[in-house]
Design a protein around this ligand. Structure first.
Ligand SMILES: [Zn+2]
Length: 427
């Protein structure tokens, strides 16, 4: 079903191999940028330069917070955006009927945890046993490098893509998705999108919805030397609320059989207590505690349904301490439903053929318990959005790494996809 000749595919894959050392060095350069939230700008400048060096038209802009706030689908802007720049490199097309493509990756990475527990420092990438280690090596700088070098390899093979291609490096994937949303609001669209998140060379069939919420729990402060009944400890009250949220997680998981994409998954819903802070003095009964929580939602659910059930459980737990002010719930990050890629689309067919050609086996699809930027293109842009990328170990954990040969295969698959999807002219 491919539009490419055997010779063209062979040339493209050979170019991936030929520049693979350079690709690995580029990935390591990216990992050296500690592009944590509010520190993304230097890495984005590097990406802008990389796009410019390839002759792409470069658009680098600061995210328009007001435009995001006006769109009901965007997540709340709850942190400073002073450093939140997006970069898009565009390959223009002279052909009218060719299919266009978005290649999208996120430059932001999550915090490292205690650095002394890493075998090597998280922002000093190293190769060991066929894997590249470092924070972001897998999630997802390996994928960003793959999409850039996939594009390079098509061109280096003497082929010019006929369709328009946007290479996007975005911020805010790890907390809101507002970076990808800003690309859509700026007018970037295409006939398909590929996001090379580290998903083990499989296609993501479904993504969960996701909510971040913050619960501020009031206590009743008192001198800790008082009667053991004196005061109400806000940290203990917060912990009680957390136990009730774990109960909600169990209830939601128990109904997985009603959700076709997740019925075989042992534990699709994760409600995670990511942060907990409380108290101000060791000899005072804690006056306040703040929980910050991430909750997955089945893709068939509305965000409102998820919020209503979460708030009901918090209210129920809080009522066990009568007479105290109610906890306050705020939504301060991810605020989105899920995404299902309906099977049988043309883009999926082209990706399946490319994957099978490179990997030598059929493309498998799986349902993810995470959320990705695919929903933004898929739901709000009506762009079929394919999440497909390399194998990674310990994303968000200690000693994160990406499998180097997996990156090579994914790069070839994406390169063949670009050429087949967009069409090519011999240069
Ligand atoms: Zn990611």
């Amino acid at each position: 079903m491919t539009t490419l000749s055997e010779d063209q595919i062979r040339r493209i894959c050979a170019e991936v191999d030929r520049r693979f050392d350079e690709q690995l060095a580029f990935t390591m350069d990216l990992v050296r940028f500690p592009s944590l939230r509010e520190h993304e700008r230097a890495a984005q400048d590097f990406m802008a330069e990389a796009f410019r060096a390839r002759g792409l038209e470069v658009d680098r802009w600061k995210i328009d917070v007001e435009a995001l706030k006006r769109h009901p689908g965007a997540s709340p802007v709850a942190s400073p955006y002073a450093e939140a720049y997006n970069v898009v490199g565009t390959h223009h097309s002279e052909y009218n009927n060719a299919r266009s493509l978005i290649l999208n990756g996120h430059i932001d990475v999550v915090p490292t945890g205690p650095e002394h527990r890493w075998r090597s420092p998280p922002f000093q990438p190293v190769v060991r046993d066929g894997k590249l280690y470092g924070r972001g090596a897998g999630d997802m700088k390996g994928g960003i490098a793959a999409m850039v070098f996939a594009y390079d390899s098509v061109r280096a093979a003497g082929l010019t893509p006929k369709g328009r291609i946007h290479l996007q490096s975005v911020v805010e994937e790890e907390c809101t998705g507002n970076g990808a949303f800003a690309c859509l609001l700026r007018g970037y669209t295409a006939d398909a999108a590929i996001i090379p998140e580290p998903v083990g060379e499989e296609l993501t069939r479904a993504n969960m919805g996701l909510l971040w919420f913050k619960v501020t729990v009031p206590g009743d402060p008192a001198h800790a030397s008082g009667a053991y009944t004196a005061g109400v400890n806000a940290i203990e009250r917060g912990w009680l609320i957390w136990q009730h949220l774990k109960g909600l997680e169990a209830r939601w998981n128990a109904e997985r059989h009603a959700h076709p994409h997740y019925c075989d998954h042992p534990h699709p819903v994760r409600i995670n207590l990511g942060k907990m802070q409380g108290g101000e003095w060791v000899s005072s009964v804690a006056a306040q505690c703040v929980l910050e929580v991430r909750a997955g939602l089945y893709p068939e659910w509305s965000i409102e349904k998820g919020k209503a059930e979460i708030e009901a459980v918090i209210a129920e737990a809080a009522a066990l301490d009568p007479g105290l002010p109610a906890p306050v719930v705020e939504y301060h990050g991810f605020h989105n439903g899920g995404y299902i890629l309906e099977p049988g689309g043309e883009a999926e067919g082209v990706l399946s053929a490319a994957h099978e050609r490179v990997a030598g086996e059929p493309l498998k699809a799986y349902a993810s318990t995470a959320s990705t930027d695919s929903r933004i293109f898929g739901v709000f842009g009506s762009i079929p959005s394919l999440v497909y990328g390399p194998s990674c170990t310990a994303a968000h954990g200690i000693d994160e790494c990406v499998d180097i040969e997996s990156v090579r295969r994914v790069t070839k698959t994406i390169a063949v996809f670009i050429a087949d999807w967009c069409g090519v002219a011999e240069a």
